[in-house]
Design a protein around this ligand. Structure first.
Ligand code: SD4
Length: 328
């Protein structure tokens, strides 16, 4: 289904739970729609699904029991927006688009960002689901452990693992029902190429569960969780934001493409840089998805257990990253 310009529309999003959002976004994108509308639609589906325990409603709270949502959107260096620490609005990427389109600014944070969203007609609502509140109460009640083996096992269980079931939503759900895993954080990062070769991206997250109140990760920060350069490429990240922010992960991936790397080579370079730059802990995971203007998709991850959901005219596919740094 390429058009006279030779561009093939495509949407690629982090984790298998994103396959449903890709499918919802696809008809309009395939018909020549705006790739920014497509990535926002993919985010909307995840944000509204309480089974997705890492984005939107159903996202896990901070240490004080409050859910705060972060998101951003980008078409180009001159067209990007971000909203962080929303406590009353479910669609941070959509609020980020309002920041991009209706203000001279790039980023709004906290209560003022919620008030901005109110002013622009975004519905306000409770963000903490019953399941999220119960998970927080269990976390708060759990006794600390001084046993090194128990602490290692607990930390390993903090790593998100994709069951490969697009309907499952929870990265710590269906594959682990009989294990005492803690819910972990993750993110939808979605990248799309329009039928005219235009690129766009969006990120949306509830961040890291049990985070220190006020903590913001990579996802809503342009150049860290998302970067888009027209004609060059687009990249998005998921996983432990603290491993992504010190290397400007998404920006680095797109810069690698500017220097001639393929999407897979670019994603691999960033993951290898992270592996060299940090002491990797048992609970750490991070993955990058990179898309070229021709619709080529590449992904790389620090560890196994990550999947990317890709929709093209050939259909939907869920694939593991082309490069994984560590086997443990
Ligand atoms: C963050 N990368 O806040 C985001 C979301 C996340 O695993 O936690 N993803 O660090």
């Amino acid at each position: 289904m390429s058009n006279p310009n030779g561009f093939v529309p495509c949407i690629a999003s982090t984790w298998s739970f994103s396959a449903r959002g890709n499918a919802a976004a696809w008809p309009a994108l395939a018909a020549g729609g705006d790739p920014l509308d497509a990535v926002l639609e993919a985010c909307r589906v995840a944000e509204e699904d309480p089974a997705v325990d890492s984005v939107g409603f159903g996202g896990l709270p901070d240490a004080a029991g409050r859910v705060t949502l972060d998101g951003c959107v980008m078409r180009s260096p001159a067209e990007c927006g971000s909203a962080c620490g929303l406590r009353r609005h479910l669609h941070p990427a959509r609020v980020a688009r309002l920041v991009m389109e209706r203000t001279p600014h790039v980023m709004l944070v906290g209560e003022a960002a919620d008030e901005f969203a109110d002013l622009h007609g975004e519905p306000s609502r409770e963000l903490v689901s019953d399941a999220a509140r119960e998970a927080w109460e269990r976390w708060r009640a759990a006794p600390p452990t001084l046993d090194a083996a128990a602490a290692q096992a607990r930390d390993r269980a903090l790593r998100p693992v994709d069951s490969g079931d697009p309907g499952a939503g929870a990265l710590f759900g269906s594959h682990a029902r009989n294990e005492t895993r803690w819910h972990d954080h993750d993110t939808i990062g979605s990248l799309a190429v329009g039928a005219d070769g235009q690129l766009a991206g969006a990120c949306s997250t509830s961040g890291m569960p049990w985070k220190v109140p006020g903590r913001v990760g990579d996802s809503p920060i342009i150049g860290h969780g998302l970067y888009v350069e027209p004609g060059v490429g687009a990249a998005t990240a998921t996983g432990t934001g603290e491993l992504i922010m010190g290397v400007c992960g998404a920006f680095l991936a797109v810069e690698e493409m500017r220097r001639g790397a393929t999407p897979l080579e670019a994603a691999r370079t960033v993951v290898e840089r992270i592996g060299r730059s940090y002491r990797i802990e048992p609970h750490h995971q991070t993955a990058f998805v990179v898309v070229g203007p021709d619709g080529t998709v590449g992904a790389a991850a620090l560890r196994t257990g990550f999947l990317v959901a890709v929709r093209t005219p050939a259909g939907e596919r869920l694939e593991p990253p082309g490069f994984t740094l560590r086997a443990d």
